[in-house]
Write a protein of this length. Structure first.
Length: 502
């Protein structure tokens, strides 16, 4: 098994499968074919996990092939504990998104499911690439299927939302391309391992830091470049919102861990205060913005921005801790917290958007005012939703608590006031989450449309059940996930502890 090119299989199986499904005209056949490809891809990711040596911090399942030798650009793949966790999240959520939105789309179904499979393949490529230019190619390629999913199968303002999403992300990534070319001209290589050894002046590091920061900040998205996300979520079909929240946003956090911190650690340390300030604005201000939303999807979208703010907070707090306080243990706690928060957010946000999809499929409305008393007619659905809403609020025992607690603990070791500011978001999050749940689920049945609602069917049970298992498992026993990532986290902490100044 170790001789199989598992990473290439994980990338190209969904991409080629999606391309072949374009030839299938029958909608139901296309759905089953896409589900089969997604399940096979998930099975391949389980093989990847089973063959991974958890105690080894070196890249594993390495594949090296020449691609453009003249510029030392290679088709180079490899994974560590950080990448493998996000690949597993990608393959699992892709299966759940396809099942959850089984009958939601009835036009151009073959093209719709093909776009999802291609998106899955290029996303795995982002997490597996060890060549910076290959990473960039996959990074840009994911824009195309996501743009089509929003622009073709989205809501009334889908064209506006798709263009806004594309332009924000594309303009940010152009700066990353310029930075990568500059690094190549300095070091003669696009291999990440070589870039990690490259020494640069303070000014060079600063320019490269900001080029990467803008590219990945848009993806997270960080305040103030977050405004594309609520529009994209509101207009995207349910499965598009699930993939966007659960997987696509993680690319930004992953980019900080792979590029900003290890390549330009000195500039990252110098400007960490800026990222931490923007992260705290995201977790507090954007949380307050969520309180006043009247659209369920838009509220959850703003909630995603606030929760991803914890990821960037934990990442750059770790940099402060390892460089200023000389506390490697606390730095690892911050980095672990950021990664656990990313995986947790994948489960919780994916589940919450799936819940909105369940209601939208029945009522064709996302307005909170159109609901009320749903618990009276959909008790099982209300039970699942309560779990996910509590996880979103950071209730102990759910995955939403673990990552945020680790990040707050790391922040406290740097500055208690930072920890207090970060912890305040738990109150804000509980406010808008419980307020949303109360208005949608509690009280008397609001109207005749709500009274006619049917509880979740077997397909919806399966999707929400798997999300629930992931949310509870990570909340009650996160050790398997943290053990998987610990050697890679420790290695990263060592990389950012040393100066790369020329």
């Amino acid at each position: 098994m170790s001789n199989w090119p598992l990473l290439s299989i994980l990338i190209w199986l969904p991409i080629l499968g999606g391309a072949l499904i374009l030839a299938i005209r029958d909608a139901q056949t296309a759905r089953w074919a896409s589900l089969g490809v997604a399940v096979l891809t998930f099975a391949a990711s389980l093989l990847l996990l089973s063959g991974y040596d958890v105690g080894n911090d070196a890249l594993q399942f390495v594949e090296t092939r020449a691609w453009i030798p003249a510029y030392d650009i290679g088709y180079n793949l490899g994974v560590d504990g950080i990448a493998i966790a996000l690949i597993l999240l990608t393959t699992l959520v892709s299966v759940l998104a396809l099942i959850g939105a089984w009958s939601a789309i009835d036009k151009r179904v073959n093209q719709y499911v093909a776009a999802f499979l291609i998106l899955e393949g290029v996303t795995v490529g982002i997490f597996a690439a060890t060549d910076a230019m290959l990473f960039y190619v996959f990074f840009e390629a994911m824009l195309i299927p996501m743009f089509l999913i929003i622009g073709v199968w989205g809501g009334p303002r889908r064209i506006y939302a798709a263009l806004k999403f594309f332009l924000y992300t594309f303009l940010g990534s152009v700066l990353m391309l310029v930075a990568l070319i500059y690094l190549y001209l300095k070091g003669g290589s696009f291999q990440l391992a070589d870039l990690y050894q490259l020494q640069l002046t303070g000014q060079e590091q600063t320019w490269i830091f900001f080029a990467f920061l803008i590219a990945f900040a848009v993806k997270v998205p960080m305040f103030p470049v977050h405004t594309w996300l609520p529009d994209a979520h509101v207009e995207a079909p349910t499965a598009g919102s699930v993939i966007l929240a659960a997987i696509a946003l993680k690319i930004g956090g992953y980019g900080f861990l792979r590029f900003n911190l290890p390549i330009v650690p000195d500039a990252s340390h110098e400007w960490a205060w800026l990222v931490i300030a923007l992260s705290l604005i995201a977790v507090i201000y954007v949380g307050l913005v969520a309180l006043v939303q009247d659209d369920m999807k838009k509220l959850i979208a703003y909630s995603s921005i606030a929760h991803m703010g914890f990821v960037t907070l934990g990442t750059f707090i770790a940099l402060w801790l390892v460089r200023d306080a000389q506390s490697a243990d606390a730095a690892r706690l911050g980095l672990q917290g950021a990664m656990v928060q990313m995986v947790s957010h994948g489960f919780v946000s994916g589940a919450m958007f799936s819940c909105v999809g369940v209601l939208y499929d029945r009522m064709h409305s996302r307005r909170i005012a159109d609901y009320g008393g749903v618990v009276n007619v959909m008790p099982w659905f209300a039970t699942f939703a309560m779990l996910f809403f509590m996880a979103n609020a950071g209730l102990p025992g759910t995955s939403g608590f673990v990552g945020e607690f680790m990040i707050i603990m790391a922040s406290f070791q740097r500055n208690p006031w930072l920890a207090l500011a970060a912890a305040s978001t738990l109150v804000i999050t509980a406010a808008y989450t419980l307020w949303l749940y109360k208005r949608v689920f509690f009280g008397e049945v609001a109207n005749a449309h709500v009274a006619e609602l049917k509880d979740i069917n077997g397909r919806e049970w399966l999707v929400l059940g798997v999300f629930a298992v992931g949310t509870l498992a990570l909340g009650l026993y996160p050790k398997p996930l943290t053990d998987l990532m610990e050697p890679s986290i420790a290695k990263l902490a060592m990389q950012i502890a040393s100066s790369k100044l020329l």
